[in-house]
Design a protein around this ligand. Structure first.
Ligand SMILES: *Cc1c(COP(=O)(O)O)cnc(C)c1O
Length: 500
C-alpha cells in the first residue's frame, strides 16, 4: 500500500471522536480540546507515515519501516482506535497539573527551586476555606465598614516578635523594596561594604537600592566595618542605616562588623531609623531544637532595630510572604505607599500564614507539627533506617550497571538560612559503571518519572538524601516504574552513551 493510499484510509476527525475511548474525556474536558487532540494525533500519524516511507525507500530497514508494515496491516477501525489512544495521551500531557509534585532528595531542605517549605495541614485547610468562600478580608464585621487586610495577622505577629506593628507583602524581596521606597526615596541608605550581597537570582542589594529609588552609601570595607565608618558616613541626605543578613556566605578571618545595638545607637543619635533585613528570620531560637542558632526577629527588635524584614517561607516554614515588623509610625508610612497595594497578599496566603503562625504559639510542639521542622529535626537513626529499607529496592530496579549503597551525607537548610551549618544525614548513594554519563542519564530518567525524583550529583556519585522523604511507599512505586519504564528516545541515546 502506498503512502497516499495509507493516507486515504485515515479516518476523519468526526469519526474518531465517536470512539468509546474518548467518551469520558469529552464529557470531562468538552468537545473542543478533544477535537484538537485528535487532529494533533492524526497529524503525528501522518508524519510518522512519511518518515517511515522515506527511510523505507532509503533501504535502512530500521524500526520505521517495520512500523510502516504494521500500519499497512491495520484496517480503518483499528487506525481510528489507535489515533484515539494517542489523543488520550496528548490530553493527559496537556492537562497535567501545572506544578508537579517531586521528591526533594537534594539534601537542601528549603529549596527555592522546588517551592521551599511544605505547609502544615492546618494551613492547607485554611487556604481551601478562604479559596472557596467570600471572606472578611478587608471588611470589619463589627462595624460593617471597610477593614484592613493586615489586621487579621498583626496582633499575632506582634505577640510572636515583640514588635509594635506589622505588615505583610508577597515576599521578602518585596518587603525590602517597599521599605526602602517608603522611607528613603531619593535619599541615602548607609550599609556596610561587607553586606552588599547577592542573595540569589537577581536580588543584589545595590540593584535593589537603585530600583527602590534610593542612593546606596557604602561604608567600611568588605571584611571590617567600624562604628566610626557609619558615623562619618552620615549627612543631611541620610535616611536609613541598614543591615543585611549575609545569608548565603560568610567572611572569615580578620573581620569586624558593627553590632546591631551599636547601629541602633548611631541611627538614634542621627534621628534616622535603623532597619535590618534578616532574610530567613526565625521566630524561635533554633538552638532549642538542636539546630544551629539563627538570629531571631525578636532578638533583632530587642537589639534596637526600628524595622525588621524577613521571609514567611524560609525558616518560618509558611507560605511565600515577606513580613515587615517594627515601629508603628514607620509601618504606617509603609502601608500608605501606593506600592503596598501592588505588593499585597492574596486571601488564601494570609489564611495560611495565620494558621502557621498559630502553631508558633506553642514552640514545644513545632517539631511535630511544622513540616519544615519535622524534616530538619528528623533523627539521623530514622533516616539511616529508611536508607537501609530502600537500598535493596533501588538496587534491584537499577540493575547491574549501577551500584547502590547507603552513605552518610550532610543536608543543608537552604535559602540562605544558616549557610555554613550542615546537618548529618543519610543518603542512597549510586555509582555507575559508565561514570558521570551513566549518572547524568540516570538523573534524567529520575526526572521523567510520574513523580520525579530529584537528587544531587557530587564527586562522581548520585546522592538521594532521604531526610525529606516522607512517602516511602510512593518512592518505591516510582523506583519500580523506573525498572519497567519504556525507554524514550533521549533515554536510548543516553543508554548507548552509558555502555560506550
Ligand atoms: C532570601 C532573602 C531575601 C529575599 O527573600 P524572598 O522571600 O526570597 O523574596 C532578602 N534578603 C535576605 C537577606 C534573604 O536571605
Amino acid at each position: 500500500m502506498s503512502v497516499n493510499s495509507l493516507f486515504a484510509i485515515l479516518p476523519p476527525v468526526d469519526a474518531i471522536l465517536q470512539e468509546s475511548l474518548l467518551t469520558d474525556v469529552r464529557q470531562r474536558l468538552g468537545n473542543e480540546p478533544v477535537k484538537l487532540a485528535v487532529r494533533a494525533a492524526l497529524q503525528r500519524l501522518r508524519e510518522s507515515i512519511v518518515v517511515a516511507e522515506d527511510s523505507g525507500s532509503a533501504e535502512s530497514s530500521d524500526e520505521h519501516s517495520s512500523e510502516l508494515e504494521k500500519l499497512r496491516a491495520l484496517d480503518r477501525s483499528a487506525i481510528s482506535a489507535r489515533v484515539a489512544a494517542t489523543a488520550v495521551e496528548i490530553l493527559k500531557q496537556e492537562y497535567r497539573p501545572l506544578l508537579r509534585p517531586v521528591f526533594n532528595l537534594t539534601g537542601t531542605v528549603i529549596h527555592t527551586n522546588l517551592g521551599r517549605s511544605r505547609l502544615p495541614d492546618e494551613a492547607i485547610a485554611a487556604m481551601a476555606v478562604a479559596a472557596g468562600s467570600a471572606v472578611d478580608l478587608e471588611f470589619d464585621l463589627e462595624s460593617g465598614s471597610r477593614g484592613d487586610r493586615d489586621a487579621h495577622l498583626e496582633a499575632l505577629i506582634c505577640e510572636l516578635t515583640g514588635a509594635e506593628a506589622a505588615t505583610v507583602v508577597n515576599n521578602n524581596a518585596a518587603a525590602v523594596v517597599l521599605l526602602l521606597n517608603s522611607l528613603a526615596r531619593e535619599r541615602e541608605v548607609l550599609i556596610s561594604r561587607g553586606e552588599l550581597v547577592e542573595i540569589g537570582g537577581a536580588f543584589r542589594i545595590p540593584e535593589v537600592m537603585e530600583s527602590a529609588g534610593c542612593k546606596l552609601k557604602e561604608v567600611g570595607t568588605t571584611n571590617r566595618t567600624h562604628p566610626r565608618d557609619f558615623e562619618s558616613g552620615l549627612s543631611d541626605a541620610s535616611a536609613l542605616i541598614m543591615k543585611v543578613h549575609a545569608s548565603n556566605y560568610e567572611i572569615r578571618g580578620f573581620t569586624s562588623a558593627v553590632p546591631e545595638t551599636e547601629l541602633a545607637r548611631i541611627a538614634r543619635a542621627a534621628g534616622i531609623p535603623f532597619v535590618s533585613d534578616l532574610g530567613s528570620g526565625s521566630l524561635v531560637d533554633m538552638h532549642r531544637y538542636g539546630l544551629p542558632p539563627e538570629p531571631t526577629v525578636r532578638a533583632t527588635i530587642e537589639a534596637g532595630a526600628d524595622l525588621v524584614t524577613f521571609s514567611g517561607d524560609k525558616l518560618l516554614g509558611g507560605p511565600q510572604t515577606g513580613i515587615i515588623v517594627g515601629r508603628a509610625d514607620l509601618i504606617k508610612r509603609i502601608k500608605a505607599n501606593p506600592l503596598k497595594r501592588a505588593l499585597r497578599v492574596d486571601k488564601t496566603i494570609l489564611a495560611s500564614l495565620l494558621a502557621v503562625l498559630q502553631l508558633y504559639r506553642d514552640p514545644a510542639s513545632l517539631p511535630q507539627r511544622l513540616p519544615l521542622l519535622i524534616d530538619l529535626c528528623r533523627p539521623l537513626s530514622e533516616i539511616e533506617a529508611a536508607a537501609e529499607r530502600m537500598r535493596p529496592e533501588l538496587s534491584a530496579a537499577l540493575g547491574a550497571a549501577y551500584s547502590v549503597y547507603t552513605a552518610p551525607c550532610k543536608s543543608q537548610i537552604g535559602s540562605g538560612a544558616l549557610p555554613l551549618e550542615l546537618i548529618p544525614s543519610c543518603a542512597l548513594a549510586i555509582s555507575s559503571q559508565a561514570g558521570d554519563s551513566g549518572l547524568t542519564s540516570l538523573a534524567a530518567r529520575l526526572r521523567r518519572l510520574d513523580k520525579p525524583i530529584v537528587g544531587r550529583l557530587a564527586d562522581g556519585v548520585m546522592l538521594l538524601d532521604l531526610r525529606c522523604l516522607r512517602d516511602e511507599q510512593g518512592f518505591c512505586e516510582q523506583i519500580a516504574a523506573l525498572a519497567t519504564a519504556h525507554s524514550g528516545a533521549g533515554e536510548e541515546e543516553a543508554e548507548r552513551g552509558e555502555r560506550g
